[in-house]
Design a protein around this ligand. Structure first.
Ligand code: AMP
Ligand code: GLY
Length: 426
């Protein structure tokens, strides 16, 4: 079978490489892909935009593509799945209606409230003054969220009233879209965050290994939020008992609530949870896709062929496939361009990837491009991923490989995964 993967991040490179482990996958195409998918044997990049559904359709029809897998939220929220389902093309991901679980935080909040899913208390406003008055009434800290897609930049954890008001002003100035502006003002919770990526065929929902992401740019989780500076799996904080609760209190009721709205949700349901000091799982957000960089760590441990699971979701047969895992742990350390998540330079020559891989890691590309040489092209450049019998072994292996790679201005956190080893400084 030939597969087409939509996206250009580390997540998509990980999906491509996982698919190509199977002898049944003859060829993979990536739209638009990156320097890693361009150099992966068996994969070819297509220079089309991810919202050019007609262009992608022409390629799919001419080349007899059997399956399309969508990585990022943008094309899902624009209805890429609805488009290809109408053309009878097998495509993995939720429809536009289902993708609202990520593309509208107020919609997701309403769904959670109706279904009794544990989530922090929140109020939704269409007017800045009312939102600001509510903030004063509730006090700080408080969390201000833009309603729509904001590439990870729409959430402010405000520690002063001034900060909260300024975040509200930014949202109502139209910084994250000027149509139908809404803000979600949410109770601030403390605890540990976990990412539960679950597969669903609209009926059955199966969690993948629990993962933790490190969102802040600085060590000890300090500084600005990023798309994710690293991840590890499985996250030991999610005991089997806690996973059972997440299954029955979060995942199953969410799929049932989607069904109740006549939404046939097939794809990844990603719950971003806060585990409170009392051990309660509360949903901070849902995403309608695989997480990045969690996917790089989680797929490294997947034993069941990925295409079996993806096809089972599309064909509503997920119940037939128990998900099998390799033993041990995996960690992904992101190498970023200096300056990220602020402004950074591009076009820096990258060296040492082969040496890193000779040291037992797998290097997934994110913001890279293949010119005469491999060069940087984005903020998050590479995801150096290693597995080990223990998390500590995986961490050591990943950092040995990290130290082989160079490009001007390279930055990474040195503490990825350490939190789970009981290092209190994290
Ligand atoms: P979200 O996109 O909603 O997951 O928010 C991005 C990040 O903001 C989360 O990963 C948390 O670190 C933080 N955050 C969001 N909501 C809350 C909340 N209610 N309490 C504390 N932190 C939050
Ligand atoms: N790693 C966070 C996300 O994928 O949204």
């Amino acid at each position: 079978m030939k597969v087409l993967v939509v996206g250009n991040g580390g997540r998509e490179h990980a999906i491509v490489k996982k698919l190509l482990e199977s002898t049944r996958i003859k060829q993979v195409f990536c739209v638009p892909g990156n320097g890693g998918t361009a150099t992966t044997k068996g994969c070819q990049n297509l220079s089309l935009n991810i919202d050019d559904f007609q262009g992608i359709e022409r390629f799919v029809m001419v080349n007899n593509i059997g399956l399309v897998i969508v990585g990022p939220e943008l094309p899902l929220s624009l209805g890429i799945v609805d488009y290809f389902q109408q053309k009878k093309v097998m495509i993995f991901g939720p429809t536009k209606a289902g993708a609202q679980i990520e593309s509208s935080k107020s919609w997701a909040k309403q769904l959670m409230l109706e279904a009794g899913i544990p989530t922090p208390k929140a109020a939704v406003f269409t007017n800045a003054e009312a939102a600001k008055a509510y903030v004063v009434e509730q006090g700080i800290p408080i969390v201000i969220k833009a309603d729509g897609l904001a590439s990870g930049k729409g959430v402010t954890v405000a520690t002063t009233i001034k900060m909260a008001h300024s975040a509200i002003n930014t949202i109502f100035r139209g910084e994250f879209g000027s149509d139908n502006i809404r803000v979600v003002v949410e109770e601030f919770l403390t605890g540990q965050e976990v990412s539960i990526l679950a597969l669903t065929d609209g009926i059955v929902v199966e969690p993948l290994l629990p993962a933790q992401d490190h969102k802040a740019i600085g060590e000890g989780d300090k500084g600005a939020n990023t798309g994710g500076m690293g991840a590890y799996a499985p996250a030991p904080i999610v005991t089997p008992e806690l996973m059972d609760r997440i299954q029955t209190e979060v995942l199953e009721p969410t799929v049932a609530a989607l069904q109740k709205r006549n939404i046939d949700y097939r794809g990844v349901l990603y719950a971003g949870l806060m585990i409170t000091a009392e051990g309660e799982p509360k949903v901070l957000e849902f995403n309608c896709r695989f997480g990045d960089p969690e996917t790089q760590a989680v797929l490294s441990l997947l034993e069941t062929p990925l295409e079996d699971l993806v096809l089972a979701c599309c064909q509503q047969r997920l119940g037939e496939y128990p998900i099998r895992w390799k033993s041990g742990a995996a960690v992904c350390v992101v190498l970023a361009s200096g300056g990220y998540p602020g402004s950074y330079q591009k076009g820096k020559v990258i060296t040492g990837i082969e040496e890193a891989e000779a040291n037992g890691a797998e290097v997934f590309h994110a913001g890279t491009q293949l010119k005469q040489q491999l060069v940087t092209e984005g903020g998050r450049v590479l995801g150096v991923t290693a597995t080990g019998e223990t998390l500590e072994q995986a961490i050591n292996k990943a950092y040995t490989a990290v130290d082989c790679i160079q490009f001007e201005g390279v930055y990474c956190r040195r503490d990825i995964g350490r939190r789970a080893l009981g290092d209190r400084s994290n």
